[in-house]
Design a protein around this ligand. Structure first.
Ligand code: SF4
Ligand code: SF4
Length: 320
């Protein structure tokens, strides 16, 4: 499964010359680290895992990485997850394994001239992606920016007044689905990767909750599940997929997937459908006739923090 080059192994490498299969095995990592540090020190060092270790089921702990599961194994895992949702939330849900389509690479563009900062996109994300209700979590942060400034680090994510304000503009930020995603590079167990259609995903059942990827993301796009998500049964979106909006376990990382459970089936992301001003444009970057390609060809688009070399597939523009 690992596509890391073997020549990167050093004498200090945890593989000790073992075959590459299983090198980044989550259980090997935990076992090795526990033996080196001792249980107490290891638990302290990997604090989020303390919760995770208590809540995880034996079946989940023994589960194979998504990319190594056979069809039959994945069907079994999905059946178990659907049953767990029924047992824990009382909800009947369908979890699909929705794969990338050939010839498709997704891109998103946002017209900052017409975004009014209403946060309806963030609310739609909250509902579509089965986020914990108490925290109000969303994969989208709408920043209120002073006109003339483009530094997202100076944006106000916590504004609480009528919008739009006359001297401000509004910049929604979510995962930029980077071409060179630093979050992927730092994951010690390969629980996160970039798919063929450009979407960066997480196997929630493989993630060990170390939060390295959260620290590596320059766009603050990753979210950590500090608690078991609480959602009333009647509010759960039952149309779910394994790599996107199924209810995530406590102690793991999650992020925007461009609503892959919708977009890989030809639908639009929930945030786009909720936008009342038409500020959002989504589509296939490989299709020269797509609206997103028209935007890229005709508007002066820019990306956030271009100097970092992450090469986002999320673009911004002003059209007046
Ligand atoms: S928290 Fe991020 S870096 Fe750590 S295992 Fe999970 S996906 Fe990988
Ligand atoms: S925006 Fe952040 S989470 Fe998304 S791909 Fe880039 S580095 Fe990763």
């Amino acid at each position: 499964m690992s596509d890391k080059p073997k020549e990167s192994c050093s004498s200090n490498c945890a593989c000790h010359g073992a075959p590459s299969e299983g090198l980044f095995n989550r259980r090997n990592l935990l076992k090795g680290a526990g033996a080196t540090l001792g249980v107490a020190a290891f638990a302290k060092a990997m604090a989020p895992l303390t919760e995770w270790k208590e809540s995880v089921s034996v079946d989940e702990f023994l589960q194979t990485h998504y990319r190594e599961l056979s069809k039959a194994q994945l069907d079994e895992v999905i059946a178990r997850l659907e049953q767990e949702t029924k047992d824990q939330y009382g909800a009947d849900v369908t979890i699909e394994d929705v794969r990338p389509q050939k010839g498709v690479k997704f891109g998103y563009a946002l017209n900052l001239s017409v975004c009014v900062g209403c946060r309806r996109c963030a609310k739609a994300c909250h509902e579509e992606n089965n986020h914990d209700r108490a925290s109000g979590n969303s994969y989208i942060t709408v920043l209120e920016m002073s006109k003339g400034s483009m530094d997202m680090e100076h944006g106000n994510a916590h504004y609480n007044h009528p919008v739009p304000q006359p001297d401000k503009f509004y910049m929604p930020v979510q995962c930029q689905q980077c071409e060179n995603p630093p979050c992927v590079d730092v994951c010690p167990v390969e629980a996160t990767w970039k798919e063929e259609d450009g979407i960066v995903v997480v196997d929630y059942n493989w993630c060990i909750g170390c939060r390295y990827c959260e620290a590596a993301c320059p766009y603050h796009a990753r979210r950590f599940n500090w608690t078991k998500p609480e959602i009333p049964k009647e509010e759960i979106n039952p149309k779910q997929s394994y790599l996107s909006n199924r209810i995530r376990p406590q102690g793991v990382m999650e992020k925007c997937t461009f609503c892959l459970h919708r977009t890989r089936k030809g639908q639009l992301p929930a945030c786009l459908e909720a936008c009342p001003t038409g500020a959002r444009v989504f589509g296939n970057l490989l299709d020269p006739t797509s609206e997103i390609r028209t935007i890229l060809a005709n508007k002066r688009v820019f990306v956030l923090k271009e100097e970092l070399g992450t090469r986002p597939n999320f673009f911004y523009f002003f059209d007046k």
